[in-house]
Design a protein around this ligand. Structure first.
Ligand code: ASP
Length: 323
């Protein structure tokens, strides 16, 4: 029997066309998106839900939570085999990761987008959407967490990232590579992503800030978060080091009960306790900083935002980051 896939559109370049200035703006409805791809019916019956039509920088963690709750509610009805979410590529990896940690359903969920507008040469939206529908409809896609599919490659939401500002092969998993490939007639998976704990998110905390460390950073910018941020991710140097002059500010935030998570700004690799000098991860852990492990700063921010909807307990948050 043909699979039933729900396509949820949120916006992004995949639904954009040029305006009179030649710049891309939101233009296509969800129905217009699928009407342009007659091949869809060879793979699945589809249903379209227009969640929003915005550039992905307009997305918020609150909207991500609404999207997640919507998908879980639809999944419970029992008539859907998989979901596709179309999304702007700028924050696609963020929404995909948020869905990955918060969705309770094990049905396939595949997020896709496009790097070229619908009226540009080489528009990649149609093939990406068709591929994503095939991924969502494929039995082998079950229990692989939320996936991202563009340019015929399937990636795990947890570790995929946008690596180029404009190229169509921008999405990559720089550490572990793709989960699988969409070929003309079949999908081949090479591996499963690692299992992780799910977070039940009600009202995620928007005011989780990412502060990026630089050489010689002092605590002046860190102190600007006092009274505003409810959680901080410090985008650290190397394998998890912060300049010593900003340490005092981070400690003050932690003393005020604000969780501070340390993630690396280096594109691949986990933070590690390789040094003992002042400002190293080891020295910061003694002060109570939480390690983000392999999570990128943006993804660590989303996990912290999700956890803060459940608990303010630093030790509980630390345990969740370690899982
Ligand atoms: N700026 C666009 C967005 O994120 C980029 C894209 O969709 O590719 O909405």
């Amino acid at each position: 029997m043909k699979k039933h896939v729900m396509i949820i559109t949120t916006g992004g370049t995949i639904a954009m066309k040029k305006d009179i200035t030649g710049g891309l703006v939101p233009a296509l409805s969800g129905h217009e998106l699928i009407d342009a791809i007659p091949e869809i019916k060879e793979w699945a019956d589809v249903e379209i839900i227009e969640f929003s039509n915005v550039p992905s920088g307009y997305m918020t963690v609150t909207n991500m939570a609404k999207l997640s709750q919507f998908i879980d509610k639809e999944a419970e009805k029992g008539n859907i085999d998989g979901f596709v979410v179309t999304h702007g590529t700028d924050t696609l990896e963020e929404t995909a990761y948020f869905l990955d940690i918060s969705l309770q359903t094990e049905l396939p969920v595949c997020v896709t987008g496009a790097m070229r507008g619908a009226d540009e040469r080489g528009y990649d939206g149609e093939i990406n959407l068709l591929d994503a529908i095939r991924v969502a409809a494929d039995d082998a896609s079950k229990e692989r967490g939320v996936m991202v599919c563009l340019n015929h490659q399937i990636y795990a939401a947890r570790s995929v990232t946008k690596t180029h500002t404009t190229q169509v092969d921008t999405f990559k998993d720089l550490t572990y590579g793709p989960l699988g490939t969409v070929y003309r007639n079949e999908i081949i998976y090479g591996r499963r992503p690692t299992k992780h704990k799910k977070v039940i998110v009600t009202n995620p905390e928007e005011e989780v800030w990412i502060l990026s460390a630089w050489s010689g950073m002092t605590d002046a910018s860190i102190m600007s978060a006092v009274g505003k941020a409810k959680g901080i991710v410090i985008e650290a140097l190397g394998c998890g080091n912060v300049p010593p002059l900003c340490k005092k500010g981070l400690i003050q935030l932690m003393k005020k009960g604000i969780p501070v998570v340390l993630a690396t700004g280096v594109p691949t690799g986990a933070v590690q306790e390789e040094y003992a000098y002042d400002g190293s991860l080891a020295s910061m852990k003694k002060e109570g900083i939480i390690s983000a492990g392999e999570l990128s700063p943006k993804k660590a921010r989303l996990l912290l935002a999700a956890l803060l909807s459940k608990t303010k307990n630093i030790e509980e948050i630390r345990t969740c980051f370690a899982e």
